[in-house]
Ligand binder design. Structure first.
Ligand code: SF4
Ligand code: SF4
Length: 287
């Protein structure tokens, strides 16, 4: 697809048009903490922030109701939570965050047993990815097959001194760009400038040594490695909650034997209770 230029000063009017038709989530900073929140017309996203929390929770909700149940003399009645049809845009997420959804898709969009709530939201959510003009010292996308200028999501964009080079990557992205007002064609120089930025940012990042799958496999039975790692762990679960690709969940009922609601919520393998089985047996107690 072709690259275009969104003129300087036009990004907010585009966002405002999107806000009129979609639920738009973008990076927002509040008292030094940043995350993706739904924005209103006129609200400028914090594009410079590398958010503390990924946008995972917009599609894979931290807690959500799956169904309600009621039991009486006629049997059990189940009412499923209604389908969500709100069209959503996640605007200004970084290529690594956009790419992370391809991993949460694996369990939740399984062709045999998809998770309906995730699948509905994924279908109704478009991703507008903002390429990175600089990297943080914690960035490592290039070590795991990504790139600061990776074209991933529905629309890709990069800041070129206030103007934005933009490209629709999917049909949904083309629809979004139709609301962006007048766009000019990107020149060869614009494309070369974007490529240079991507290469410069990539070159500024440290390359991590990623162990082979075999080496990782071997770690599973390396008792000393796990003892050393867990000695420092408080079992708070925060690392799995901020991770964009951790997808464990738990299902709990809130109610009585006669009626109640069933919820699905994030779980964490770092919780001590994670392995506890029915009857109370927990293999972790033996370590
Ligand atoms: S430079 Fe790479 S790791 Fe850092 S925010 Fe951008 S895409 Fe993510
Ligand atoms: S659960 Fe994760 S964040 Fe919490 S202490 Fe353990 S390693 Fe650290």
């Amino acid at each position: 697809m072709v690259t275009k230029i969104l003129p300087a000063g036009n990004i907010q009017s585009w966002i405002d048009k999107l806000v009129a038709s979609y639920g738009v989530y973008a990076p927002v900073e509040v008292e030094g903490a940043s995350s993706f929140k739904q924005i209103k017309a006129g609200q400028a996203p914090a594009f410079d922030a590398r958010t503390d929390l990924s946008p995972k929770g917009i599609i894979f909700k931290q807690v959500e109701k799956i169904l309600s149940y009621k039991k009486d003399e006629n049997g059990i009645a189940i009412e499923y939570a209604p389908e969500e049809e709100t069209k959503t845009v996640i605007f200004g997420l970084r290529p690594c965050d956009a790419r992370s959804f391809t991993l949460t898709d694996k369990p939740f969009l399984d062709p045999v047993m998809p998770e309906n709530k995730y699948a509905e939201r994924r279908k109704h959510t478009a991703l507008v990815t903002m390429a990175c003009n600089k990297a943080c010292n914690t960035c490592f996308c290039t070590s795991v097959g990504g790139a600061p200028d990776e074209k991933v999501g529905d629309v890709w964009m990069m800041n070129l001194d206030g103007r934005y080079i933009v490209e629709a990557l999917t049909e949904a992205g083309e629809e979004l760009l139709k609301t962006a007002g007048s766009l000019s064609d990107a020149t060869v120089d614009d494309e070369a400038a974007a490529k240079r930025i991507g290469e410069t940012v990539a070159a500024s990042m440290e390359k991590l040594e990623v162990p082979s799958a075999k080496a990782l496999d071997n770690l599973f039975t390396d008792e000393a490695f796990w003892q050393n790692l867990t000695a420092k762990c408080l079992s708070c679960g925060a690392c799995t909650f901020v991770c964009p690709t951790c997808y464990c969940f738990d299902v709990k009922d809130d109610g009585t034997v006669k009626s109640g609601d069933r919820y699905r919520g994030w779980d964490s393998c770092m919780f001590f209770q994670y392995n506890r089985a029915a009857g109370g047996h927990n293999p972790r107690e033996f370590h």
